[in-house]
Design a protein around this ligand. Sequence first.
Ligand SMILES: Cc1cc2nc3c(=O)[nH]c(=O)nc-3n(C[C@H](O)[C@H](O)[C@H](O)COP(=O)(O)OP(=O)(O)OC[C@H]3O[C@@H](n4cnc5c(N)ncnc54)[C@H](O)[C@@H]3O)c2cc1C
Length: 440
Amino acid sequence: MEIESLGIEYSKEERQDFSGFKVNPSFIFYPKNEHDVAKIVKFANNHKIPIVVWGAGTSLTGAVSCNGCILIDMKYMNNIIEINDVDWYVRVQPGINLEFLNKKLMEKGFFLPPDPASFFLCTVGGATSNSSGGMRGVKYGTFRDWVLALKVVLPDGNIVKLGEPLRKNRAGYDLVNLFVGSEGTLGVITEIWFRITPLPREKILTVLAYMKDLESAANVIIGLRKGKIIPEISEYMDNNVIKALNKNLNAGLEESEGGLMLISIEEKYLEDLKAILRDNSTKIIIAEGEEAERLYSIRAQSAIALRAEAKNMFVEDIVVPVSKLPEAILRLREIESKYKIKLPIVSHIGDGNLHPNILFDEMSNAQEVFEEIARIAIELGGSVSGEHGIGEQKAKVMAEQIKSHNGEEVLEIMYKIKGLIDPNNIMNPGKYVELAYKLR
Ligand SMILES: Cc1cc2nc3c(=O)[nH]c(=O)nc-3n(C[C@H](O)[C@H](O)[C@H](O)COP(=O)(O)OP(=O)(O)OC[C@H]3O[C@@H](n4cnc5c(N)ncnc54)[C@H](O)[C@@H]3O)c2cc1C
């Protein structure tokens, strides 16, 4: 059989991503290098079989769902090729786990800052293809801000290098950033050069603040912005999240009607932060060292704790201008009362990124609730996704956002780019830009 003649390990099995979207491929291939990937892609292109690339399957938007596709699992392509401590970059294969990579970088005094809360699970290839963000996003941005260059297998099987491992490079259109965040719809990333940065030298403290309410948390962020203070992280979790963490992960947090904030900050800003927190919080605890790390890890696992509370969970990822946070929060509360549901909220609140979680066993209108929340962001001048991406789930509201903020022509340009690079539409079809264009 032709599949066997490719000489690449493969299997057949059904999978499921973190949000429960079904992944039902005809074959799963496990390439060991870019030439294996090129062979698989050429084969799929010749036979017009859809390809979906699998990093670790932690997508929250159905970005790896498929039926009858060839799934390319990148787990064997997980090497660090070079850590350059003069030019400050790391060159890696995409299947490496983000936490493992950061441990290796930290041994040399560097780190790659973006830290999706799935850092202990996800691959850097998946995080790049999603342009994932995370807790450090408030200071360091998302993966988009850290990718210098890529190697990509294009849908025709050709291998190209995009960009250079340089901080400055004005040679041509920015194709690197076209591929970052493209959700596997334009090609398979086989190598990445990331910018790295030295670990901070300043003493960093973590403040655990029990809040009066979510609105007070928004006020704290506005206070920090007005005070021109950039925290390392500034996270919010409401009381339902605290309860789920205590119940499912033994987190040992105090229950607090107003939820809690975790704010890590350089020591020199501590007194300013305390002043901002004074009117907004009920109690603060200052942590450093192991306790600060424990709190960071608890926050990272909040989605896992919430996921255990229901059969299904949709994780919303709206982002609004920080100045609009109080209004966004009010509108979320209205949705809770309208649909008589609980929306436990976790938030990278420092950059206006809110994750209201819709927990449900059988809720026929869960997608409707999801889209109504996304429309709040559109109306407030924000975005339907700050960092989780679009996949299947947010294509409709992405189309609405682009039509309203940018104009339909912009969506059409994106659709034409997809057709130009992938004329047979084999790369992750039926999602993201293609689906948004069709639903416009
Ligand atoms: C518990 C939990 C917490 C999370 N927290 C955050 C968070 O704080 N911030 C955030 O942004 N996201 C978060 N996420 C979402 C998700 O983990 C991230 O977006 C993650 O970076 C995806 O990595 P992955 O390796 O699992 O990719 P996958 O889910 O396997 O794939 C994601 C997308 O990338 C494509 N892809 C993967 N590898 C390649 C490749 N080599 N070439 C081309 N395309 C590829 C896939 O086809 C798919 O479209 C969280 C998820 C979970 C489960």
